[in-house]
Design a protein around this ligand. Sequence first.
Ligand SMILES: CC(C)(COP(=O)(O)OP(=O)(O)OC[C@H]1O[C@@H](n2cnc3c(N)ncnc32)[C@H](O)[C@@H]1OP(=O)(O)O)[C@@H](O)C(=O)NCCC(=O)NCCS
Length: 150
Amino acid sequence: MIKISKAGSKDSDKIAGLIQNHLGRDYKPLRITKEIIEEKMKERGNGFFVAKDGNRVVGTIRYSVKDLDLVDLRWLVVEDVHRYKGIGTELLNTALKELKKRRMRKVVARIMSDSKEPITVFLKGGFQIEGYFREHYRKGTDIIQFSRFI
Ligand SMILES: CC(C)(COP(=O)(O)OP(=O)(O)OC[C@H]1O[C@@H](n2cnc3c(N)ncnc32)[C@H](O)[C@@H]1OP(=O)(O)O)[C@@H](O)C(=O)NCCC(=O)NCCS
């Protein structure tokens, strides 16, 4: 059974592996390491949730407060073999619930324009498209910004 929980430093290695495997090419030449995850976990206004199958981390999401009550959601990843079972949606909903509890107002996510699954997950999660950025972080990759008020 899959369980979602707040992540702790003991999960940082597995989280780094997931992000590096599934989003690593977007961060080249940087490599996402355990140390980077631990650093982010300690940063004020940052937090991770993990989806676990027993002790095994199979998914993650990170939030990062950018301003008083404005938050970025980042690094939503689910392992290939566990996809299309609602885990991504559950991670998103868990993060939103936590952010609402923390009295956040606006949540933003930036997704590559050709990434079908994450776009579906955020649209179904009540997010709207509010911006389109051409070749933004990298040459050849357009970005869509999604947002939702909570
Ligand atoms: C985005 C991601 C986390 C979604 O994880 P997931 O656990 O599969 O998500 P869910 O099961 O909740 O939802 C997947 C949605 O994809 C859609 N989907 C289902 N089967 C599909 C298929 N064969 N092809 C495309 N889309 C499909 C469905 O609409 C489904 O939602 P629904 O079941 O509620 O209708 C996962 O695809 C992933 O890790 N992608 C790579 C990392 C990434 O790009 N992250 C975003 C950057 S932050």
